[in-house]
Write a new protein. Structure first.
Length: 176
């Protein structure tokens, strides 16, 4: 009887432990399998603007906050880059600006029209997707790691069910 009680306690403990840990296992694997999305990052373009006229200096390179470095320059460049002006208008790539995804830099084109005299700020807004430092770049590795949380849950559930079944069989609830 004491053996059944300890098995029952162990079964409940395993079940509760699985429920508690499954969230953290899934969150941890999500960090290395999901790219980071940035929305409405403010980029000050004043370094590329000449005085009150708003003329653009096309030779000034501006850098985004989360620019790729190291392995990310070749293996995981910036994607889904969108730039908007102060009024929310989407700017056109190669017409208004040129973006280099592997370096995270952009240059404004002199065709970009800014109206500095009307008191509009030099802030523009950018959206993009980048790889975090812990991002797993191998597709098969991301797939396998995404499966870990599910198999972890199945293993703990299986252990709990086996213990519950063993207790039920020993007590006669389920015939031998």
């Amino acid at each position: 009887m004491e053996s059944n009680t300890s098995k029952l306690v162990l079964a409940f403990f395993t079940l509760i432990l699985g429920i508690v840990l499954i969230g953290s296992v899934a969150d941890t694997s999500s960090l290395v399998t999901t790219k980071v999305t940035v929305t409405n990052e403010t980029l000050d373009i004043s370094d590329a603007v000449y005085g009150e006229t708003g003329t653009i200096n096309a030779s000034v390179a501006l850098t985004i906050t989360n620019y790729p470095s190291g392995w990310k320059t070749g293996d995981c460049p910036i994607t889904s880059f969108v730039m908007r002006n102060q009024t929310g208008e989407t700017l056109t790539v190669t017409t208004d600006y040129v973006f280099t995804a592997s370096a995270g830099t952009l240059t404004l084109e002199d065709t970009l029209s800014l109206n500095e005299t009307s008191g509009v700020s030099n802030d523009t807004y950018i959206d993009y997707v980048y790889c975090g430092d812990d991002y797993l770049n191998l597709a098969w590795g991301r797939t396998v790691l995404s499966l870990v949380a599910g198999f972890f849950a199945l293993a703990l559930l299986g252990a709990s069910l086996a213990l519950f079944y063993d207790v039920a069989r020993d007590t006669g609830i389920i015939s031998k």
